[in-house]
Design a protein around this ligand. Structure first.
Ligand code: GTP
Ligand code: MG
Length: 135
């Protein structure tokens, strides 16, 4: 079995979509093994999004992810990372995320795309350690 990191980003929390996201994770058959509402320090945001350092949207991304509380979760199941990415939909909620996915159903803008999911089992391992070092 495999673990992945899921975030409900500040837009998802402020719009009241935490329950919706958790519900979809549970209904899919994935298992929650950690769940926490927390404020994100700049340092954690930089480490989390290190792969995007230097890109045009990087500063906006860091400002956004530190702008309010997020819900961080560790989710477990066979192919958990791929399974949650399928639930989330593509990065752009309008042009890439299918209707029926979280982003496709609830999102309008790339920056405000509601959720994060680790993009591979290797990323997941790194991100779970970063967010939940005691797990
Ligand atoms: P995450 O699960 O958040 O990592 O999204 P992703 O894996 O689908 O996309 P990626 O890792 O490529 O980008 C990380 C995040 O940066 C995205 O979720 C968006 O919020 C934001 N982002 C990506 N591309 C753009 C862009 O072109 N413009 C803006 N403003 N934000 C972007
Ligand atoms: Mg990503």
């Amino acid at each position: 079995t495999e673990r992945t990191l899921v975030l409900v980003k500040p837009d998802g929390v402020s719009r009241g979509l935490v329950g919706e996201v958790i519900s979809r994770i549970e209904r899919k058959g994935l298992k929650l093994v950690a769940l926490e509402l927390r404020n994100v320090e700049r340092d954690l945001a930089e480490q989390h999004y290190a792969e995007h350092a230097g890109k045009g949207f990087y500063e906006d991304l860091l400002s956004f992810i530190t702008s309010g509380p997020v819900v961080a979760a560790v989710v477990e199941g066979p192919r958990a990372a791929a399974a949650f990415r399928q639930l989330a939909g593509g990065t752009d909620p309008v042009e890439k995320a299918a209707t029926g996915s979280i982003r496709g159903d609830f999102g309008m803008e790339v920056q405000y795309n509601l959720v994060h999911g680790s993009d591979s089992p290797e990323s997941a391992e790194r991100e779970v350690k970063l967010w939940f070092p005691d797990l």
